[in-house]
Design a protein around this ligand. Structure first.
Ligand SMILES: Nc1nc2c(ncn2[C@@H]2O[C@H](COP(=O)(O)OP(=O)(O)OP(=O)(O)O)[C@@H](O)[C@H]2O)c(=O)[nH]1
Ligand SMILES: [Mg+2]
Length: 574
């Protein structure tokens, strides 16, 4: 006989037998439940004074009998029945309510909507233990508003509600709607979630950025949710009720994943994925993913892998738990744990190995740096928020072709070019990985080596995209990171970029623009003031450091550039 779900403690063996007997009934396709089974259900529930629930599949078979307490039943995981996009779960839940006249509760309709049940019905019981009124509800295939519909109550005399036909009709409508949401590439669709204890305006801005990150990694955003709280919920980040609401909304909008705009702790990921039948990731994971896709150089790839593994390690246990939950889970603790240990050991070994390789590469790089330093060629480094136009500026300045794209984090590997000023002084200009606010710790560490090169910079060009509505926050984020890297002592020029995209006459922050140079990195003719300013600064530094005379003649400069990964062309400025 199949097992009863929930606790049967304190029940007599005849009562347990009566519960088990509920597995024996078959429901015809048009009925919600048969009269006989309904009678048996209310009789035993009345007898034990606990709610009892049934999960019935579309073939009319009872797949679970659930014993609850006087106020609720807990629906178990049903790995064999999953609600795929555009489909329902294939299970209906019919359960008793002991309170006379109590229709479906909020918990009931939440379960219906979250689990995507075919039907949810509550049946009340007469004082004699017979079925009284049945309150059914089903999902509504809408994208907004209430996600379910309460069907008019029925009694034992009209259980024939054309049940399966109704379910089929609902599913075909769901499938049609889902198809509308399908994209050509069938990309992921995400619900973005931000929780804050502060200003909701900042939340919007932060979500805007998260959305850009999504676009960068080809994820389509189907909805966003913000919750303001006094404190962040340690378990679910947002409150449990809010998480339910968001999840239902995400399902309504055909989302395939949820992205939290913070870093989730391993415990939070675990409780949320236990709760939500959807992929759940956080901002850090999204950024790590982007970096993993973009990394080109060997060092870049190693660094990103290292960052990913470091992020993964404390979360491994979560993954496996989630996995075992999805595959049925029970009965495998021994082997499960061993496998987990193997996984963790492998990850740890790999982390050590990667660390060594990176150290080796770093050593070579330092030697190259030292060689370059000896030659004392001034280095100008371009820094700035991601997508500000750094690579474009380097390209236009030096007429080269570094990948510049309207994507966050187009550049991951530093590249250097030569630039020659009219007075025959040559400098090296380097492009760097873009910054972003709250750069994940793992990546900050990973790219520390790359960013270390910035220490050699004689001048920093801080490129700011003034056409981005969040340019001020972005400037601040960059400055924070520069300070963290202890680079805030290096002379810096603000380069306000993409001037062609703004209306200068109505720009409300002219004061700021006067602190730097205004350019359009895509238009070479706008760069002259920047070039003269740079030249002036380089000259001043030359004189101040008195190494002008040590500078090598231009012709021989070629050799000292060798260590830089990609030197292509040079460009003369008149
Ligand atoms: N309209 C306009 N677009 C620009 C300008 N400068 C850059 N862009 C565009 O902005 C986008 C980003 O430029 P990139 O040079 O890749 O930016 P980046 O700072 O190197 O970005 P990451 O490498 O991702 O950090 C590209 O689509 C450029 O064509 C400009 O002056 N005007
Ligand atoms: Mg770039």
């Amino acid at each position: 006989m199949k097992k009863i779900i929930g606790s049967t403690t304190g029940l007599k063996s005849t009562q347990i037998k009566a519960l088990e007997n509920l597995y024996l009934f078959r429901t015809p396709p048009e009925e919600l439940i048969t009269e006989q089974q309904l009678n048996a259900l209310t009789a035993i529930s009345h007898d034990i004074r606990r709610q009892v629930g049934l999960l019935i599949n579309r073939a009319g078979k009872t797949v679970h009998v659930i014993a609850g307490d006087p106020h609720r039943i807990v629906i178990p995981d049903t790995p064999d029945y999953k609600a795929l996009p555009g489909r329902l779960k294939g299970l209906r839940c019919i359960h008793t309510h002991l309170v006379p006249g109590e229709s479906l509760t909020t918990d009931d309709v939440t379960d219906l909507s979250l689990l995507r049940l075919d039907f949810m019905a509550a049946v009340t019981i007469t004082p004699e233990g017979e079925p009284d009124i049945i309150y059914p509800a089903h999902i509504l295939p809408t994208e907004e508003g209430i996600p379910y519909e309460l069907v008019p109550p029925v009694t034992i005399n009209n259980l024939d509600i054309n049940c399966n036909a109704l379910i089929m009709a609902l599913e075909s409508e769901l499938a049609r709607k889902n198809a509308l949401y399908r994209t050509e590439t069938d990309e992921e669709k995400a619900m973005l979630i931000h929780v804050t204890t502060g200003d909701p305006l900042t939340s919007q801005a932060s979500l805007d950025e998260l959305e850009e990150l999504c676009t960068s990694s080809r994820i389509h955003v189907t909805g966003r949710a913000i919750q303001r709280r006094k404190v962040i919920d340690p378990k679910f980040v947002v409150g449990k009720g809010k998480l339910e609401e968001i999840t239902i909304n995400a399902i309504q909008r055909h989302a395939t994943m949820m992205i939290f705009d913070t870093e989730l702790t391993p415990a939070q990921i675990r409780s949320i994925t236990d709760f939500v039948e959807m992929k759940v990731i956080d901002r850090t994971q999204l950024i790590l993913d982007i970096f993993a896709n973009r990394a080109k150089s060997r060092e870049g790839k190693l660094q990103v892998e290292l960052a990913q593994l470091k992020y993964l390690l404390p979360r491994l246990i979560t993954r496996n738990t989630a996995m075992s939950r999805l595959t049925g889970g029970i009965g495998g603790r021994g082997p499960g744990e061993t496998k987990l240990e193997i996984n963790r050991r492998r990850v740890r070994d790999r982390i050590v190995k990667l660390g060594k390789e990176i150290k080796q590469i770093r050593k070579q790089r330092n030697q190259q740096r030292a060689k370059r330093n000896r030659k004392q060629v001034p280095v100008i480094s371009i820094v700035g928020y991601t997508n500000a136009g750094k690579s474009t500026l380097l390209n236009t300045l030096t007429q080269s072709e570094i990948l510049a794209e309207d994507k966050l984090f187009a550049t991951l590997d530093p590249s250097s070019r030569r630039l020659r000023f009219p007075k025959d002084i040559e400098v090296i200009i380097t492009d760097t990985v873009g910054f972003i606010q709250n750069l994940p710790e793992e990546l900050m560490e990973a790219f520390h080596a790359t960013l270390e090169e910035l220490e050699d910079a004689d001048i920093l060009l801080h490129v700011i995209d003034i056409s981005n509505p969040r340019y001020e926050q972005q400037m601040q984020s960059v400055e924070k990171i520069l300070a963290k890297l202890k680079l805030d002592e290096i002379p810096l020029i603000y380069v306000f970029n993409k001037q062609d995209r703004i209306e200068l006459a109505t720009f409300d922050n002219m004061w700021l623009l006067n602190q730097g140079v205004l350019i359009s990195a895509t238009k070479q003719e706008t760069l002259k003031p920047l070039v003269s300013r740079l030249e002036e600064m380089v000259n001043n530094r030359y004189e101040a450091n008195n190494y002008y005379n040590n500078a090598l003649p231009r012709e021989t400069n070629q050799s000292m550039l060798e260590p830089a990964p990609s030197i292509q062309k040079e460009n003369d400025y008149e």
